[in-house]
Write a protein that binds this ligand. Structure first.
Ligand code: NAD
Length: 359
């Protein structure tokens, strides 16, 4: 008997069709396909980033307390906002509140939209020299008269809790260490929490930005995934996505990724945050959606992050985690010595530790 199968999705089991081509001799009994039975009973897991972030923040707060009582060090995070962008103002407010809730010191600086690059660089230099400040974040985007690269280059690498400085991106790329950008770190923590080991999995990342896509690729390589980094010039993006066991969307295009771009059972991490116009019974309104068409994807994926409530909350929690680690490093304290396991908490993802080999 010859059985040839291409594709694995079956419409009648609620999955978007890829293609099933099966040829069997007329008198042969059809084989039982294990994946068919699994898919029949499959239920998608909604990856609850809000809950994971709350757990992580609670662990951080406990560690901050231990750092403070044992070593007399209170981590401090400085956030600099230039201009009056409403979305940035909300982010900065949230970061400040969550920093204080974790028991850290929060320092906020607000410069006018007309501030010069020199003024911002002078502020960064002051924060670099301030021993109470262990982490510095300059909220992006910046007004057009200021070069982002000049500002990122000016932040002391040890205080660069966004992980954007070339020293940190270089350390991640070549040694799998350094301060890791918060959004990809949050994605990795979610994946490790929901999937355990990622070794050998095929990961496709859509989007190659310095903030998300590129560091995400480095992190997944470090986890021993086989990584594809797709972007706006990728040919047949749908086919690339369909190969993924892990699909990360970081594009900035509302609902670009459709259900039939997703391999049945794949884990989907939607980084995108897009505000779209919708009409409601009460008239026109706006709504946040991701880069993945959630309603379609949820029928196919094995696990998926919602927007909002997926990656977003993890980003700020990882910023706090980076600030705590930076404070430890600046005071020669081993972060592992602040372990909270005796208090019943665990580091669900343990995502800061490199996995496997670098070969
Ligand atoms: P970016 O604009 O810097 O990069 C977008 C990338 O997507 C580029 O590499 C581009 O090549 C690629 N791209 C654009 N259109 C494409 C297409 N049609 N097909 C394939 N690739 C395409 O964006 P970014 O800063 O990486 O952010 C991406 C998304 O993630 C945005 O929606 C942003 O708001 C969101 N974001 C969310 C968080 C969070 O905390 N959840 C953090 C950062 C960014």
């Amino acid at each position: 008997m010859v059985v040839r199968i291409s594709g694995t999705a079956f419409n009648k089991f609620g999955l978007n069709a890829v293609k099933l081509a099966m040829h069997a001799s007329a008198d042969a009994k059809l084989p039982v396909f294990p994946e068919m039975n699994q898919e029949r009973t499959r239920s998608v897991r909604i990856i609850d980033g809000k809950a994971s972030a709350a757990r992580l923040r609670a662990e951080i707060a406990h560690r901050v307390q231990t750092l403070s009582s044992r070593h007399g060090v209170t981590p401090g995070l400085a956030v600099v906002l230039v201009g009056d962008d409403p979305a940035s103002q909300v982010y900065v407010r949230n970061k400040g509140r969550q920093t204080r809730e974790a028991g850290m010191q929060s320092f906020e600086t607000h410069l006018p939209a007309t501030a010069s690059e020199q003024e911002l660089l002078a502020q960064v230099a002051r924060l670099n020299a301030d021993p109470a400040v262990h982490g510095i974040l300059v909220q992006l985007p910046l007004p057009s008269q200021i070069r982002e690269t000049a500002v990122i280059d000016a932040i002391a690498p040890a205080k660069d809790v966004d992980g954007f400085h070339v020293i940190n991106t270089g350390l991640l790329a070549s040694r799998g260490t350094g301060i890791i950008p918060c959004t990809p770190l949050g994605c990795l923590r979610l994946l490790r929490e929901y999937l355990g080991s990622l070794t050998g999995m095929r990961a496709v990342i859509v989007g190659r930005s310095n903030i998300v896509g590129k560091p995400m690729a480095q992190l997944l390589l470090r986890e021993n995934c086989t990584v594809t980094l797709a972007h706006s010039r990728t040919r047949d993006l749908a086919a690339e996505c369909r190969r993924a066991d892990i699909l990360i969307a970081a594009v900035g295009q509302p609902r670009l990724i459709k259900g039939d771009w997703i391999q049945p059972g794949a884990s989907v991490i939607d980084v995108g945050i897009n505000r779209i116009n919708v009409s409601t019974a009460d008239g026109p309104a706006t709504r946040l959606v991701g880069d993945v068409d959630f309603d379609e994807a949820v029928a196919v994926a094995g696990a998926i992050t919602p927007v909002p409530g997926g990656v977003g909350p993890m980003t700020i929690a990882c910023l706090l985690s980076n600030t705590l680690d930076a404070a430890c490093a600046q005071h020669g304290v081993d972060p592992g010595s602040l372990d909270v396991s005796e208090a019943g908490h665990t580091d669900a993802a343990g995502a800061s530790a490199p996995q496997g080999t670098s070969t």
